[in-house]
Design a protein around this ligand. Structure first.
Ligand code: HSE
Length: 435
């Protein structure tokens, strides 16, 4: 049908890159109908030639040499799907310098170097699209950048790592330990090459950095985002949280409603009747509050070959439309015609956070223990909303579990330091913040 053709060069034929190649090949006719022009997978590069065979790429498409894509003036769009910082960054900068449109799913790279890449693209007058970098197949970037562009986004709460959500869901449903379900989660093929990126919250922090940059127009420094993972959580805490009426989720929290900008990643208590409490398994979700739109929930699969390829090819189509339209009307990467100058976005330090807290103290089973703990909390103006104490041995002590009213993080840390030094406390206290 279509006489015009837009040529795509794909770098990386792994889980996502392979999915993109298959989608472009299998849905060629439908995509041509959507675009009104042919979307041609012109070249696909990977060091592993066997992948090209498995994907049944047409003759002449596979290359082991990435410069066959970057140096080819006929390639319009470069799709980077190798992940990691280098050589991905150099490949993207070279593509930009060559005047090519860029599509990437590389959350780590954007979280570290997004500002630099966007500035280079802007200078060259090309686009960088990254829908698949956060929330996999969920149209989350475009929703924030375009559909909700008229709003000031007050707050976002996200479940943005499928591996962690799968683990927590299993721990909740089966009382299984973190270690027991970790392997099962990894076997699902969603985990990062280094699993610490998932379970220590780093992957979620990368995604939160991107969401924060989109919402504010300024890039935060990754090291300024307080980040805690799920590896220290025990089935006992998940069970006690349930008794208080909460589920435990690894959350990405963004808030600019109370003076200053907060962005942090940590396990959090989510009330059972909150929509995010029912986001289970490998699903992701982002709950957004905007000043005009109110509450919005975006939900779907945040990883995996097909959902992620769906997002990447959506970006390729957007870039292709821009090319066919002479580059008119393209939305800038962060949705703002002018990027904010003045360096990285300043974030509120964790010590200034104010929220409710769950504590699990491990104490000797003696009279007066509860009073001793309560005294320290009172001295730090931390008031208690609920207490559970049951005679359950947890190896060297009984658990005393508390839910506080709102308190300041700095006071909580100061109080816990004293409490953990008491003779009657036999293990460091477990803390979980409430969403
Ligand atoms: N490791 C990530 C996850 C993959 O588990 O969600 C998607 O970014």
């Amino acid at each position: 049908m279509a006489e015009r053709s837009v040529k795509v060069g794909l770098i990386g034929l792994g889980v996502v890159g392979g999915g993109v190649a298959r989608l472009l090949l299998e849905e060629k006719e439908r995509l041509a109908e959507v675009l009104g022009a042919e979307l041609q997978l012109a070249r696909a590069a990977d060091l592993d030639e066997k992948l090209a065979g498995e994907l049944a790429l047409p003759a002449g498409v596979y290359t082991a040499e990435v410069n066959a894509i970057l140096d080819d003036p006929a390639i319009d769009i470069v799709v980077e799907l190798i992940g990691g910082l280098e050589p991905a960054k150099s490949f993207i900068l070279k593509a930009i310098a060559g005047g090519k449109q860029v599509v990437t799913a590389n959350k780590a790279l954007l979280a570290h170097h997004g500002a630099e890449l966007f500035a280079a693209a802007r200078q060259k007058g090309v686009g960088v699209a990254f829908e698949a970098s956060v929330g996999g197949g969920i149209p989350l970037i475009r929703s924030l950048r375009e559909s909700l562009a008229a709003n000031r986004i007050n707050a976002c709460l996200g479940i943005l790592n499928g591996t962690c959500n799968f683990i927590l869901t299993k721990m909740t449903a089966e009382g299984a330990s973190f270690q027991d379900v970790l392997k099962e989660a990894q076997a699902r093929g969603f985990a990062e090459a280094d699993p610490a990126f998932d379970v220590e919250g780093i992957d979620t922090a990368h995604k939160l950095a991107i969401v924060t940059a989109l919402v504010t127009g300024a890039q935060p420094r990754l090291e300024d985002i307080p980040t805690e993972g799920i590896s220290r959580l025990t089935p006992l805490d998940i069970q006690f949280a349930g008794e208080f009426g909460y589920k435990v989720k690894l959350l990405a929290l963004f808030n600019q409603d109370g003076g200053g900008v907060e962005a942090r990643v940590h396990p959090a208590l989510v009330p059972r009747d909150h929509v995010l409490a029912s986001v289970d398994g490998a699903f992701n979700a982002l709950h957004i509050n905007g000043d005009w739109v109110g509450d919005v929930l975006l939900y779907g699969l945040g990883a995996g070959r097909r959902p992620t390829a769906s997002a990447v090819v959506g970006d390729i189509l957007e870039m292709a439309r821009g090319i066919l339209g002479g580059g008119r009307g393209q939305t800038p990467p962060l949705g703002r015609a002018g990027l904010k100058n003045g360096g990285p976005l300043a974030l509120k330090p964790l010590s200034e956070a104010v929220c409710q807290y769950y504590f699990r103290f491990t104490a000797l089973d003696k009279p007066g223990v509860l009073a001793a703990i309560a005294k320290v909390l009172a001295e730090h103006r931390i008031s208690i909303e609920a207490v559970i104490q049951k005679g359950r041995e947890t190896g060297g002590g009984v658990p005393i579990v508390m839910l506080t009213h709102e308190a300041r993080e700095a006071s909580v840390q100061a109080a816990l330091e004293i409490i953990d030094g008491l003779e009657v406390i036999s293990q460091p206290t477990m803390l979980i913040r409430k969403a």
